[in-house]
Design a protein around this ligand. Structure first.
Ligand SMILES: Cc1cc2nc3c(=O)[nH]c(=O)nc-3n(C[C@H](O)[C@H](O)[C@H](O)COP(=O)(O)O)c2cc1C
Ligand SMILES: CC(C)CC(=O)C(=O)O
Length: 360
């Protein structure tokens, strides 16, 4: 089903925009590995545990009762569908999925949050941001997110520079076509009148900037793009609400491991002090359950949401979230789990003859 939506999206989209959504950095090794790494994993169910139908609700800072699948932040949804992020937000709210809206969204955060709340008064919308070096910009964005009613901030830390997306270079796709605007970037300090401020990436950022952000807001602050266990430990020390293990869908450093391969060491380093989320390559309920068993509290999906949106707007995103959540429920039941936390890392083994080695 996801495959069908993907093909429908490909057929509908301008090939240049398809390449932007679908592509990765460099040779697209990390992008491919995100999928291959899940394919290399098998699940070991437990039996006769009297578990009953699983309870899928997860409890996170900024989302007290959401499903285990969230919408990872992706830019430029109006390129996929005229209703853009509003359609995504409505589908996410209806599915109890946290929507992380991007600072590079083509709909203002206030409008994204309002669309979600039309569907559910307590819908969780989080705001993703790249900390901005220009004075006052980050603060202004934080105020907008707070005023919009966002319940958490997500700081993307894996982007000290823009990733080099080979397909975008080939297509010379480096700015939005007329009619599409990064609405969050309008009217900020330094923005040209009537035009959005360019998003800046800065290699100068440090934990001190995260500290400043935390001092400037009462919202929980997640750190996205953590792969090294030592950084996960630092994030916990620094008071982050949680970390998101992610290689940015293979769009930043191409030499990194698959997200799910980085997850176990991060979960171990954090030792339950803060929740760990994961995104990158999640395409099935079995992928969701494998990540939960390896220590994720919930998992994000990026491209599948864009496929749904491009294929059929809000209904397409709803289909993607329903499919993944429905599969996850089925797989949890087959694994004998009561809920999303009732799984252990020993229930995930490598596929192939080596998989069961530890029990021999
Ligand atoms: C088209 C596209 C745009 C993205 N834009 C952002 C963004 O604005 N901010 C961000 O933190 N991550 C961004 N990401 C990364 C996603 O949040 C997420 O890490 C990734 O898509 C997960 O992998 P998946 O697409 O395999 O599910 C983007 C990813 C894609 C595919
Ligand atoms: C506007 C970009 C910075 C969005 C992004 O993070 C990406 O395309 O991966």
């Amino acid at each position: 089903m996801l495959g069908e939506l993907r093909e429908k999206a490909r057929a509908r989209l301008d090939p240049v925009h398809w390449d932007y959504f679908e592509g990765g950095a460099g040779a697209e090794t990390a992008l491919a590995e995100n999928l291959r790494a899940f394919a290399r994993l098998a699940l070991l169910p437990r039996v006769l545990r009297g578990a009953g139908p699983p309870d899928l609700a997860v409890r996170l800072p900024g989302a007290p009762a959401a499903g285990p699948v969230f919408v990872a932040p992706t830019a430029f949804h109006t390129l996929a569908h005229p209703e853009g992020e509003r359609a995504t937000a409505r589908a996410a709210a209806a599915a109890d999925a946290v929507m992380v809206t991007s600072m590079a969204a083509t709909t203002a955060v206030a409008d994204v949050a309002a669309a979600a709340r039309e569907v559910r008064a307590d819908a969780a919308v989080w705001f993703q941001m790249y900390l901005q070096p220009r004075a006052g910009v980050t603060e202004a964005l934080v105020r907008r997110a707070e005023q919009a009613g966002c319940t958490a901030l997500v700081v993307t830390a894996d982007s000290p520079v823009f990733g080099r997306h080979s397909r975008d270079d080939r297509n010379d796709f480096h700015r939005l076509p007329p009619g599409h605007v990064t609405q969050n970037m309008l009217g900020l300090p330094g923005a040209p009148p009537g035009r959005p401020l360019d998003i800046a990436m800065s290699p100068e950022l440090s934990w001190a900037d995260l500290r400043r952000l935390r001092a400037a807001t009462g919202l929980p602050v997640w750190v996205k793009g953590v792969l090294h266990p030592a950084d996960a430990r630092l994030a916990a020390d620094e008071g982050a609400a949680g970390v998101i293990v992610s290689n940015h869908g293979g769009r930043q450093l191409d030499a990194v491991p698959a997200a799910v391969e980085a997850l176990p060491a991060v979960a171990e380093a954090v030792g339950g002090r803060i929740p760990v989320l994961l995104d990158g390559g999640v395409r099935s309920g079995a992928d969701v359950v494998a990540a939960l068993a390896l220590g994720a509290a919930a998992v994000g999906v990026g491209r599948p949401v864009l496929w749904g949106l491009a294929a059929s707007g809000e209904a397409g995103v709803a289909q993607v979230l329903a499919e993944l959540t429905g599969q996850a429920r089925h797989v949890l039941t087959l694994c004998g789990a009561r809920d999303c936390r009732d799984l252990t890392p020993d229930q995930v083994v490598p596929r192939g003859p080596e998989g069961m080695r530890r029990w021999r």
